[in-house]
Design a protein around this ligand. Structure first.
Ligand code: ADP
Ligand code: MG
Length: 308
């Protein structure tokens, strides 16, 4: 049985902003499922619907066989939710926050130590510190611990690592890996495409629509272009010049590099592109073939409309 079945779910705000558009997908039991998309894509709206906090305009959702609207009380018992905004009590200590959530859920820290242990090890040295005084990464680890205190069957994490430093981000994902050992289904949203590769499967979301669902490896295998990278000191002139590039290609800045995907025969496209750069006096270093990342796949699907 799938842990979550979402069918034709839509939601608009004030009839105007279509935040979620006809979304259909399933999440299997025990998988770490990523919802990946930029700001405003509709991730939080979908999370709030899945966690029974917001009613959809239309569509059906089943969570472990239960209807998310009709059986919302029962659904709330089996889910954990780490919302996108800081959800703890800043004036309570780490220990007090945990105790509070444990009492609320009629659970105890001791009862669930086997699940929360990897997190507890990292946060217990700060157990007397006020939650509001923790670092960003530590706050999120505490919030995760609180969301796990009643041993949920499905855990929702809305952008848990946004604004968290890279080291804590990695630690957070290592913790998620250990949580899945307990058979907990994890649905996690992120705007960081590099994190997407740590999920079993990902749904890419853009403007409320799901534009692709697959394993990260399959997204990468399905990349249609021939991808190349190079560096240029002159990214802005390059960006302008590319508007008149006659080749069928997709060019975009990528960190401090430029990425270009060619959709013509590469044997002729590459020399033509090099000539185009020199005709336009655009300096560059060696143009190298590279394997696409999940981010390249997202950009290709959005820009070339390969979503259907
Ligand atoms: P994400 O979490 O991916 O950033 P959201 O679900 O927060 O996306 O937002 C999706 C769209 O819905 C955006 O255009 C956002 O401005 C709009 N939106 C979100 N919440 C509200 C709200 N309460 N009222 C009106 N519009 C909203
Ligand atoms: Mg959000």
């Amino acid at each position: 049985m799938s842990a979550i079945c979402i069918e034709n779910v839509s939601k608009s705000y004030g009839g105007k902003v279509k935040a979620v558009r006809d979304v259909t997908f399933s999440v299997e039991e025990g998988e770490v499922f990523g919802l990946v998309g930029p700001d405003g894509a509709g991730k939080s709206t979908l999370f709030n619907i899945l966690t029974t906090l917001l009613l959809p305009d239309s569509g059906n959702i089943k969570m472990l066989g239960m209807d998310v609207i009709d059986d919302y009380k029962a659904v709330r018992q089996i889910i954990g939710y780490l919302p996108g905004t800081f959800s703890l009590y800043p004036d309570l200590s780490v220990q007090e926050n945990l105790d509070f959530f444990a009492v609320m859920y009629k659970s105890s820290i001791a009862e669930n130590m086997s699940i929360i242990e990897p997190i507890w090890k990292q946060i217990s040295p700060f157990k007397d510190r006020k939650a509001g005084k923790l670092s960003g990464g530590m706050k999120q680890k505490l919030a995760l611990c609180c969301a796990l205190i009643h041993c949920p069957k499905v855990l929702f994490l809305d952008e848990p690592t946004t604004g968290v430093d890279p080291v804590s981000r990695k630690e957070f994902w290592d913790i998620l890996k250990s949580i899945r050992k307990h058979g907990i289904t994890v649905v996690v949203s992120t705007p960081y495409m590099d994190e997407a590769t740590r999920c079993d499967r990902i749904a890419m979301i853009q403007e409320g629509k799901i534009i692709g669902i697959n394993t990260p490896a399959t997204f990468i295998e399905n990349f249609k272009g021939k991808l190349y990278t190079f560096k240029s000191e002159d990214i802005f002139s390059l960006l302008n010049a590319m508007e008149s590039c006659p080749l069928d290609c997709n060019y975009y800045p990528y960190g401090e590099h430029c990425h270009i995907a060619f959709y013509d025969d590469i044997a002729t496209a590459l020399p033509q592109f090099e000539k185009f750069l020199s005709d336009n006096n655009l300096q560059h270093d060696e143009i190298r073939a590279i394997a696409p990342s999940v981010e390249d796949c997202f950009i290709e699907i959005v820009q070339r409309d390969f979503s259907h």
